[in-house]
Structures are given as C-alpha cells and as structure tokens.
Design a protein around this ligand. Structure first.
Ligand code: ADP
Length: 579
C-alpha cells in the first residue's frame, strides 16, 4: 500500500477505515487500476520513474461527507487533493501536485440544485459538467444559455476555480466572473458560505456578488484554501437574435492593426464575446494530424511543408471567430461597425442558424460530389474559385457557431491529437487514453497590437529552436487583455521529443515572464516556480495558508502555496539540447 509522505502506514490504514465508514467501502479506492486514473496523462514532465503517486482516492456524495473526510485528514495530517471532474487538459490532468496525496474526487457531487430562469442563474455541485448542465437546460425547456469551454466534459466549478474562459459575452465568458456564491469546506472540516450570510438567512447569495464585508471568493481560486462544494453560476437569457462570424486576415502585415481594432470594438461594446483568434498551425491541428509520412524523421513541419498544407486547406495566416447577440437591430448596427473596422484587413462571413444549416447541407453535397473522381476538380474549383475556401476550413464554422451559443462539444479537442500515434477518432475523444502529448502555456498581454506581437515574437523563435511547430491561439480575455495560448505538442513515445518539449516550455515560461507577461493560470509542472521572483507575495500566501490550514492538508504545493512538504517531483531540470 502507498502511504502519504510522512504518514505512518498504520495511521493511514486507520484513516482509510474511518473514511470507509463515512462514505462506504466501494468509494474508497486503493487499487492500482483505480489510482492509475489520477495522473497527468499529457505531460512530458513525468515518466515511469517520476510519476506522481496517489495513495488513495475518495469519492464522497455529499458536502457533509467532505467535512468528515477533512476532519480525519486533519487529525492525521494527510494531504487531500480535490478535483471536480479532473480533466484539466494540458495543465495537469487529475494528478495532485504533491506525490502521495489522497485524491478527493467530487464527481458524485453532481446535482443541479436550482435553475432560476427569472434571475438567470443555476446552483450546482462540482461533479456537474458543461454537457450535464446543457442537457438539463435543453431537456427542461429553459430559455437560458450556458457558456462552455471546449471540450465540454469538464466541471463548471473546476473551470471557474481555475479562471477558465469560454466564448459568449461578459460576464459569462469569464468563468470566475460569472460565478456568484460559493459553499466551501475549510481544511478543518467547517462549512462556510461566501458573502457573509448563508442561504438559510439570505435570499441574495446567488444574485448579489459582493455580499457584505470583504470579498473572499478570489482566495479560493487557483489556491488550496478550501474545497468548493456548491457554486451559483449566472447564465445568459436566450437572446432575441444571434449571429456568429469568421474573419480571415488577408496579410500578416495587418496583424497589429487588427488587434488594435478588436480592442476598440471591445471597449466600445460592439464586440462583447471572447474572440478566439488562431494562427495557421493552430488551424492545421484542428484539420489534420501531423503528417509523419513525407516528414523524413523531422519533428516539425518544414517551411515548405507548412506552406503546402496552407495552400491545400486554404488556411489564412490568422483567422478568428466571434459572435453578436441582442436584438436584430442591435446586431445590424454592430455588424456594420465591425465591417467598417475590420473590412480593410480581411474577409468576413456572418452566419445565422439558417445559413449555418445551409452551409452544412452544401458542404455535405460537395463532399459527395468530391467522392466521384470526374467531378472532384469541378467541386474544388467551385469552392476555391467562387468561395475562396476549402471544405475543411468551412466545416469549422458550424462548431464555432455552436460554441458561441453555449452548446458544448469536443470538436476543437481534436488538436490534442496532432502528435498522437493514435488516429484521431471522430467522436468520444479521449486524449488521455490516446497518448496525446500536449502542454499549454498561456501568458497574458495588454490587448495592443504591439504587446501581442511582442509575445508572439518571443515564442516563434523558441518553437523553432527546439524543433516544434509554432502554435498560438489568442483569446480576447477582456477589452484590455489578451491571453496568448501556446500549445506544445510532442510525441509521447519519443523521449527526445519529450525532453525538447520540456526545454521549450521552460524557456517560453521564463522569456515571457521576463518580458512582463505572466501566465493567467498554470500547469502543475510550473507551480513551484511561480513566486520565485516575488517572495513577499509568497510570504503573504503562506501566512494565509498557515492560518487556514496549519497542517497543510489541502493540496500542498498547488499554485506554489504550502509546498514545504516533501515531494518526489522531478526537479525542474529540463536540459536544453545542444543545437
Ligand atoms: P476540469 O475537469 O473542469 O478541468 P478539474 O476538476 O481538473 O477541472 O479542476 C481543476 C483544478 O481545480 C484541480 O486540479 C483542483 O486542484 C482544483 N479544483 C477542482 N475542483 C475543486 C473544488 N471543488 N474545490 C477546490 N479546488 C478544486
């Protein structure tokens, strides 16, 4: 049996039997096959020797059981690592930061406790996924839209606590901003409600964000000060009208001007959604896997290969999708303003529900025609000549249209398969199962053409230096800030490629931070590095941790807090291969 660091095996056995009594024998997991699920399947920072070990996993069903679990953990100083749905794709999966922790898997707390259509919010538990909530609202006919990330298999609470982002309008697209009211189990097992007054005496817990007194909610995000067992989340009432649109940049030279134009449009409230802007490699990873044949052992595309693939799929240097919401009149006005601001730089296509359905129908027809060899070239020239687009790129419009309406899917999770040896399935994607090597690193920049260009100029040569395709997606985080999401895909079966991906990650994290662009969330591989240049801030976090959690039982090391416990993590020694 594995035991948590510093915990006597007999003491651990006694804790396990107390937990069995509390939640039932079948919900306390200690077998290898069960525990193997709790790992970071995507990371190059682990291998068989350095894998994080989980001592046990517990799956309670109620907040009261979570309280009791924490009381036992506190008594015996056993580190507990809470997860909601445990996906955390490319940031750490379901692995704890401290090896030897006990995972607290909250998937059975999966109740949607209230849907309030009049005031447009829901109250739910951590095990509820975006798919679950979407189906519940749809099946019960609620006129409320959710805001989902992609893929939609994760937990609303887990994503909110990580400051995840979606697609629709403010505040919904910022998943922490759209929350209102948390129920939290503290490390000692007590239960509190944010906002000051519990819902038993306050009718405003899920509608008035600030409560009264200090606003404490932020303390429980990207931290390890408590376990959230309920959360209120604001939803968007179904708007009267909706249009999505795509933009394709004509020429790279206009890139900074487009970013500046987007900022202006967002500051003026013309565009209120989370614009998702993709570079050519990002679009390519959605459309196809890495073409191993013809790459003569190279681990990234040569300039010539990339150019050929760009031509084949007609991929622009940058493209984005966005959406407009409101009344038909509002959308008409905003569409005109957007065309005026962005028209000089590229091509736009607007889609309604009807035109998306029409596009789908047309694309299906063309694909059928293309399957008949004599007609293939006619079909191709219709598209390329008349529409100026490939079937593959046009096909991305439909899932985009759906995401901006809050219909969760898994379409864009496809890119995780770029370097996988497994062929990408059409549905039921499971990058953890299918050996997908992927890491995300996401610095934030002020939303200006100059800043965003600078971050990209830092990233591009590093990707080249370490032999990886330069993948970047820009997420308009607010009118004032842009998240620059870098994705590093590596072949998991290639130890050399894994080592280079670690080196790239390290170099990228250091260079972007040095230039003044910290990350908006981080991977468990980077947490021990977060505060190395800001010891005063770390001291403050440690004081709060010690006050709330003197035995450091909740997620030691998460976001670099309370990491003084022993760990078997591989030190940050990614070596930079010689050139
Ligand atoms: P998702 O499956 O939505 O990506 P996870 O369940 O993996 O989200 O959660 C992301 C991270 O947030 C986890 O690694 C965990 O540390 C933290 N977390 C998740 N749920 C909770 C919770 N209910 N209370 C406290 N921390 C949580």
């Amino acid at each position: 049996m594995k035991t948590p660091p510093g915990v006597d095996p007999e003491v651990f056995e006694s804790a396990l039997s107390q937990w069995r009594e509390t939640i039932g024998e079948q919900w306390v997991f200690t077998g290898d096959a069960d525990l193997d699920l709790y790992r970071d399947a995507y990371t190059p920072f682990r291998n068989e020797e350095t894998e994080i070990v989980v001592a046990a996993a517990l799956a309670p069903e109620t907040a009261e059981q979570v309280q009791q679990i924490m009381r036992v953990a506190n008594r015996h100083k056993i580190p507990i690592y809470p997860i909601s749905t445990g996906r955390n794709l490319a940031y750490g999966g379901s692995a704890p930061v401290l090896s030897g922790s006990v995972v607290l898997d909250l998937k059975r707390l999966n109740r949607i406790l209230e849907v309030n259509e009049r005031n447009a919010y829901v109250l739910l538990e951590p095990g509820v996924s975006y798919f679950d909530l979407y189906r519940h609202l749809r099946d019960n006919g609620y006129k409320l839209w959710i805001d989902c990330p992609d893929p939609g298999w994760g937990s609303l609470i887990g994503n909110s606590l990580e400051h995840g982002a979606g697609y629709t309008v403010a505040p919904h697209r910022d998943h922490f901003d759209s929350h209102c009211g948390m129920e939290i189990v503290l490390p000692d097992g007590s239960l509190i409600y944010t906002g000051g007054y519990p819902p038993s005496v306050s009718r405003t817990w899920n509608v008035h964000k600030w409560g009264v007194g200090p606003y404490l909610e932020g303390l429980f995000t990207q931290s390890n000060f408590g376990i959230v067992t309920r959360m209120g989340i604001w939803l968007m009432p179904e708007p009267e009208a909706y249009r999505s649109f795509t933009f394709e940049l004509r020429d790279e030279q206009y890139f900074p001007a487009v970013i500046d134009a987007l900022r202006r449009l967002a500051l003026d409230g013309v565009i209120d959604c989370a614009v998702h802007m993709l570079n050519d490699v990002c679009m390519l990873t959605i459309l196809s896997q890495y073409p191993r044949e013809g790459s003569s052992g190279e681990t990234c595309l040569s300039e010539g290969m990339l150019a050929a693939l760009r031509r084949r799929y007609m991929i622009p240097p940058w493209s984005f999708a966005a959406a407009l919401y409101g009344t038909s009149a509002q959308i008409r006005v905003n569409r005109r303003l957007i065309r005026r601001a962005l028209g000089p730089y590229g091509r736009m296509m607007f889609f309604s529900d009807q035109s998306i359905a029409g596009l789908q129908w047309g694309l299906r027809l063309l694909k059928n025609v293309k399957s008949l060899p004599p007609l293939r070239s006619i079909a191709d020239s219709i598209l390329r000549g008349a529409v100026g687009a490939s079937v593959e790129v046009l096909e991305t419009a439909r899932p985009m249209h759906a995401y901006f309406k809050g219909n969760p899917g898994e379409y864009f999770g496809r890119y995780a398969y770029f370097k996988s040896d497994t062929a990408r399935p059409d549905r039921d994607l499971d990058p953890a199962r299918d050996g997908c090597g992927v890491m995300w690193l996401a610095p934030v920049a002020p939303c200006t053409g100059k800043d965003v260009t600078q971050v990209l100029d830092i990233g591009r040569p590093l990707f080249q230096k370490f032999g990886f395709d330069f993948w970047a997606a820009l997420l308009l985080d607010s009118p004032r800030s842009m998240i620059i999401l870098f994705s590093i895909f590596y072949r998991k079966t290639d130890a050399g490629e894994a080592a280079r991906s670690r080196a790239l990650y390290e170099a990228l994290a250091a260079a972007t931070l040095r230039a003044g662009y910290p990350q908006y969330r981080t991977s468990i591989a980077y947490m021990d590095r977060l505060w190395q240049d800001v010891p005063d801030y770390q001291n403050l976090l440690e004081k709060i941790k010690t006050a709330l959690d003197p035995a450091h039982v909740i997620a030691p090391g998460r976001y670099g807090i309370g990491s003084s416990g022993s760990t078997t993590r591989e030190p940050w020694t990614a070596t930079i291969p010689s050139e």
